[in-house]
Design a binder for this molecule. Structure first.
Ligand SMILES: [Zn+2]
Ligand SMILES: [Zn+2]
Length: 148
């Protein structure tokens, strides 16, 4: 495991313990996987990863832990209509690029567009955030494109 991931995990565990959240080794493994991966896994993918280390883990534990991390602001959930949600251990708002061929989701780090004020004034909504996504075909899938 990367050292900074371990540090982040310890810091988050400490914060949650102060709030009275119980942490089992299974829950810790879920958190660590989310911090070390950039693949934006689905709950199912997280389940299979954690199950390799903790065969007794249930899908219910995965969902409980994801909900708890989300509630405490340590996790972003990206929902896509009918498709499974994907989870991001980086809770800071950032942009995503979605591959329409394989469904892979990549991060795109760029300063966030500051439109909240404008939208708030024009729509009358109290704006608390925004989400922008790019769609296309990832480099891996582009390799498979047949040249005409
Ligand atoms: Zn792709
Ligand atoms: Zn992300």
């Amino acid at each position: 495991m990367k050292e900074d991931v371990e540090m982040d995990a310890i810091e988050i565990l400490k914060q949650l313990k102060n709030k009275g959240v119980r942490f089992t080794p299974q829950r810790q493994a879920i958190l660590e996987f989310l911090l070390e991966t950039e693949s934006h896994p689905t709950a199912d993918e997280i389940y299979h990863h954690v199950k390799a280390k903790f065969p007794g883990v249930s899908l219910g534990t995965i969902y409980n832990t994801l909900n708890m991390l989300k509630e405490h602001g340590h996790l972003l959930e990206l929902s896509y209509g009918d498709m499974s949600s994907r989870f991001d251990g980086n809770p800071k708002n950032h942009y995503h690029i979605v591959c329409l061929m394989c469904g892979m989701v990549a991060d795109y780090h760029s300063p966030l567009i500051d439109m909240n004020q404008e939208v708030m004034e024009k729509s009358g909504f109290l704006i608390t955030g925004h989400r922008m996504e790019f769609y296309g075909i990832c480099p891996e899938c582009r390799k498979d494109e047949k040249p005409n």
